[in-house]
Design a binder for this molecule. Structure first.
Ligand code: FAD
Length: 391
């Protein structure tokens, strides 16, 4: 059996939630170990579109809830971190776009009226025209209205790489996790046969949380999976576009982000309504056809003759909600020394870490002296999905 270890906080799951939390804890002097069974970011995080939402999209539903007010502070916190003067030093992480756009292809859609009346967007949305338009929309044939939202879009691979750097020697590649108990209480985990004692254990394993809880015989919190069928397009004629394109309904008809491929071409990553229920029901070929048709009708001037297409099925993991309603703040549940949660959005990773830190503070958990960690097998960084699907 490998050498037993002890630490302050033992984290399971190296997506954005676990990595952000790990970096914040280490910065505050806590000893940590973060266990990842796959690759860092390789769950949902590297499959996300990288939009740091400020809640504007949710205001499309009409009335703004208190919870969506919480998300309104996220762009500021991320901007400070990216500038190197926030809660973490994320300077060097690539910002793909300083703004995300709201794009109404026809006349002003009815749902925009309540949108502009809502608090989340007041004073933060400006209409843009001409040269200020996103490059893909700068064409004489373009009609419609475009509004700039104060929401960033990040290059998630560079974000995960930076957080892995901030993790120092705390990362551990391992697969098998069993509870470590003392007097009927969880006091750590047995990780690939190695005992790791900790003051607190955090499960931030995304879709893996359900199995981890089941292995501990814990039933709550319940998890829900929301399937998506995303589309990727790569071609020499594509130009950057970061926008929610509005249709008639409360959800964006398509959400487009654009990512740099290693060979210098741009990749469009398409989500929104296109990737939800009807899109999930379509097979890959039908989903690609639907996406081609959608993009040809929205951007008919883009020559798609050399564009290559692929799709990606991925589940969003969240706490169970009635009617699969999207939660809009981070979620954390506690059971004695075990904390478990889902950030529910990449953008809400800071909120997830706040919630864990608040429980440590409340319970007066302090950094305790621990022996330095031996050299541990380190999990690899996950790869961008577009490199795997459209090399
Ligand atoms: P994950 O990134 O899934 O990480 C969990 C990690 O735990 C994985 O690396 C996994 O390998 C590991 N793990 C699982 N089980 C175990 C185990 N037993 N032992 C060890 N390790 C384990 N959010 C936004 O804010 N903006 C967006 O634009 C956006 N776009 C999205 C687009 C898509 C298509 C999807 C699917 C999601 C999007 N999201 C977005 C949501 C966002 O990606 C997720 O909320 C966030 O990445 C979840 O992070 P996480 O760390 O909880 O989970």
């Amino acid at each position: 059996m490998s050498q037993a270890l002890s630490t302050d906080v033992l984290i399971v799951g190296g997506g954005i939630a676990g990595l952000w939390l790990n970096a914040r804890l280490r910065q505050q002097g806590f000893a940590t170990v973060l266990v990842e069974r796959g690759s860092l970011g390789g769950g949902q995080s590297l499959k996300s579109q990288g939009i740091i939402h400020g809640g504007a999209k949710y205001a499309l539903h009409g009335a703004l809830t208190g919870a969506s007010e919480a998300i309104a502070d996220m762009p500021r916190r991320w901007r400070e971190a990216l500038a190197g003067n926030g809660e973490l030093d994320l300077s060097g992480v690539r910002i793909l776009s300083d703004a995300h756009y709201l794009w109404s292809p026809g006349t002003l859609a009815g749902n925009l009226t309540s949108f502009f009346a809502s608090k989340a967007v007041r004073g933060r949305v400006d209409q843009v025209k001409g040269e200020q338009l996103p490059p893909a929309l700068q064409h004489p044939k373009f009609k419609g209205k475009v509004y700039r939202l104060a929401e960033l879009v990040l290059d998630v691979p560079s974000l995960i790489a930076r957080l892995a750097e901030l993790a120092g020697d705390s990362l551990l590649a391992a697969e098998r996790i069993e509870p470590l108990q003392e007097n009927d209480e969880l006091c750590g985990l047995i990780v690939d046969g190695r005992e790791i004692r900790a003051q607190r254990v955090v499960f931030s394993a995304g879709a893996g949380n359900a199995d981890l809880l089941a292995a501990l015989g814990v039933e709550q919190p319940a998890q829900q999976l929301r399937p998506l069928h995303m589309v990727l397009a790569k071609g020499p004629a594509l130009k950057p576009l970061y926008a929610h394109c509005l249709g008639g309904g409360p959800k964006p008809r398509v959400t487009v982000t654009t990512h740099p491929a290693a060979d210098g071409q741009w990749v469009w990553y398409l989500g929104g309504d296109l990737a939800e229920a009807d899109g999930v029901a379509r097979d890959e070929a039908a989903q690609i056809e639907a996406a081609k048709k959608e993009m040809a009708s929205l951007l008919p001037w883009v020559d798609q003759s050399q564009t290559r297409w692929a799709t990606l099925r991925v589940d969003r993991a969240e706490p169970a909600q009635s009617g699969l309603v999207r939660p809009d703040n981070a979620f954390l549940a506690e059971q004695q020394r075990l904390l478990v949660g889902w950030p529910t959005k990449l953008a809400l990773a800071p909120d997830f870490a706040d919630r864990v830190l608040a429980t440590l503070q409340r319970d007066k958990v302090q950094p305790a002296g621990h022996a330095p960690l031996p050299e541990l097998p380190r999990p690899a960084l996950g790869q961008p999905v577009w490199e795997a699907l459209l090399p």
